[in-house]
Design a protein around this ligand. Sequence first.
Ligand code: GLA
Length: 440
Amino acid sequence: MAVTLRDVYGAEAGVQRARYEAALDLFTRTYGPGEVRFFRAPGRVNLIGEHTDYNHGFVMPVALDKDILLLARPRPDNVVRLSNVETDYPAFSFNIDQDIPPGPAGDWGNYARGAAQELARRLAWRLRGFDGLVVAEPPYGVPRGVGLSSSSAVTVVVALTLAILNDWHADAVTMAQLCSQAEWYVGTRGGIMDQFISLLGQRVHALFLDCRPDAQGGYETEQVPLPQGYSLLIADSGVRHENARGEYNHRVAACRAGVKLLQARYPGITHLRDVQDVAWEDLEPRLPEETTVGQLSEQGIDLGDIPGLTARTPLKVRARCRHVWTENLRVEEAVVALRDADVATLGRLLNEAHASARDDYEISCEELEHLVATAREVDGVVGARLTGAGWGGCIVALVRADAVNALEAHLSTAYAAKTGKSTSIFACRSAPGAGECSFE
Ligand code: GLA
């Protein structure tokens, strides 16, 4: 059921209406007059729980009040035509099918193709397509390529649009699972966090998500209230790692290697989460500090279908597993801290999570270090860490509301002085999850 702009954006509904109307105008100029429906999916910032999702661990993201809009008009055939208000993102079209040929690597259309292909496979009936216009430009769109899950938001909004236009009304968890599978189409062996938060987000709440499905395929979730009187501030380092996808897949591989090696002692485990109750001291000696894909394969260990691995790919299995194991503990502690509005503990956990991400998972970089250190200099900042996959992108800081302006000013001046780069900074106002919406 469609919700109204006021339900979604609250006090911002007025400016959002202008945004929607401008988009409608462009849609009509592009595709002609007629019925148009509006769909949206938010990006996310992850408060804590990094690189734990694909290990069936715990995460705690927040949905951003920045989203991707999709204006759509159903078509009688199975064609999807998509254009974008930003001309840097060229228009494209494809036929919905169970095997949709991908566009060139890096093509934004592949997220839409992946969503359509996955839905076609799941439903196995002939789906009707749509003419669509994507709206994701600043300041209301999800910033692209900075670790705030703009690509998942595209996948989610396209899948949701297709599902609703074809009268398939799946629950949010089914949809989130489908969307996370759909993103494998682009070659990343990602987890489920981004799609879950985009669909299940709630205003003024973080989502605690246990990424291990239960026997019926369900997931434990809890909406945990964000602390009153505090803000989450996001600062973009402006750094984009060229090979983030390759590095990401190497981390997935190291974790899988850990599981395979631990299976000798703990048969039947499938993910690192399955040894979360075992003391780290018992796990550590079984995990080599460093090995390679080739050495593992000589021991009969096959890491499965992970793009980009070669026999020489080095895997720092012990440190990677230690990060995941300790991070899960931190998320569990963070949930308790949030429930108790214990901001000091939450801040400490954010700082510890950052250190683990930097030292054990090695996903930080000089610029992120600088941002985190600078943020912590400001009175009123209780914790700061890199957020998202890493290797650039953003940090998130938990800051007393009355110190937000001081933090913004200090970060932008100090970052420019140190790196010569500018940082874009904004407050994360939480938002409801993806859905169809109407003006009234
Ligand atoms: C990316 C992936 C997520 C998750 C994070 C790291 O955003 O899409 O599934 O693994 O990295 O926490």
